[in-house]
Design a protein around this ligand. Structure first.
Ligand code: PBG
Length: 331
């Protein structure tokens, strides 16, 4: 039993900075950060994304620069998202299977720039490649077909693994894709390629700026509610995680981040596996909007929100603030 006041004064250990440091339960380090980057074609190109102020699409030379920056900052891993040229988008998203697509070239560019000093996480889903902006193959009614999509995602994953991806991260929410991808990776001698499953990914209103960044916003008809999860559900998130782990996921992700920290905590307590969260584009934009109006101060908001992920049970966080946060953490 904890002693009652006045013997217990919780302010006693908070009184001095050294004491606060000594009693701190959670620490945030640059190694907790995964940095998502948007890739575009060309040379010497930086395209700012207006709905994501401070974030740009980079051509491959810029991506190599960001990779060197990440190494210098102690960020362990980059997450790549391509802005596919419009004339390479199609109904079936076949550009995802091209061994020389933007994603594969970005993987090789990063490997050339920094060798094995960074992990490269690649997004598996068809939305950056389809003319309709959905994550999979659709039927005449626009319904995303599960098993046919899984077949393509398996080939997309092998394409990325062959180019040198370290972590395959399926963000599509098809049933059964983790097991199918794991089996294919084993079969192709990619036993050490990890899978980070976007296990609990919600049909969220927070993805808007990302869709601008990969150029799928204007293309997307309808929504993604027949495959991404209902924000009302958390039991279902546990089932998703259980299935993905049983199928061979090495780690799982919850997405979006801050509004779903209760899910992070439930997953962590139930499964005791590495859990990551994605502080998504709309969350980033909300922080920047708060900074722009003077409602909050960037450095403090960034560090507090990222620490909250750690406190909730995350092993790490995908965040567009990764480089800025790492710089702050280095003092
Ligand atoms: C789609 C994908 C999305 C994000 C990552 N992968 C958007 C969507 O599901 O429409 C969102 C990330 C963000 O908002 O930062 N495969």
């Amino acid at each position: 039993m904890t002693a009652a006041f006045p013997h217990a004064r919780l302010r006693r250990t908070r009184a001095a900075a050294w004491s606060r440091a000594m009693h701190r339960e959670t620490v945030l380090t640059p190694a907790d950060l995964i940095w998502p980057l948007f890739v575009t074609d060309g040379q010497g190109i930086e395209e700012p994304i207006s709905s994501l102020p401070g974030v740009s699409r980079w051509s491959l030379d810029g991506i190599a620069e960001r990779a060197r920056e990440a190494v210098a900052l102690g960020i362990p891993c980059l997450a790549l998202f391509p802005n596919t040229q419009p004339d390479r988008r199609s109904e079936d998203g076949r550009e995802a299977l091209n061994s020389d697509n933007l994603m594969c070239r970005a993987i090789r560019t990063i490997r050339d720039a920094v060798g094995e000093s960074l992990g490269i996480l690649t997004d598996v889903a068809l939305d950056p490649y389809t003319s309709h902006g959905q994550d999979g193959l659709i039927d005449d009614a626009g319904y995303v077909l599960n098993d046919q999509t899984v077949d393509v995602l398996v080939r997309q994953s092998l394409n990325q693994a062959a180019a040198g991806a370290d972590i395959i991260a399926p963000s599509d929410m098809m049933d059964g894709r983790i097991g199918a991808i794991r089996a294919a990776l084993e079969g192709e001698r990619h036993a050490n390629v990890q899978i980070m499953a976007y296990a609990a990914k919600y049909a969220s209103a927070f993805y808007g700026p990302f869709r601008d960044a990969v150029g799928s916003r204007g293309l997307l008809k309808g929504d993604k509610k027949t495959y991404q999860m209902d924000p009302a559900n958390s039991e279902e998130a546990l089932r998703e995680v259980a299935m993905d782990l049983a199928e061979g996921a090495d780690s799982v992700m919850v997405k979006p981040g801050l509004p779903y920290l209760d899910i992070v905590r439930r997953v962590k307590e139930r499964f005791e596996v590495p859990v990551f969260a994605y502080q998504v584009s709309g969350e980033y934009a909300m922080i920047e909007a708060a900074v722009a109006t003077g409602a909050g101060e960037r450095d403090a908001l960034v560090l507090e929100t990222l620490l909250a992920f750690k406190r909730a049970g995350c092993s790490g966080v995908l965040t567009y603030h990764a480089a800025h946060a790492a710089r702050l953490l280095h003092g």
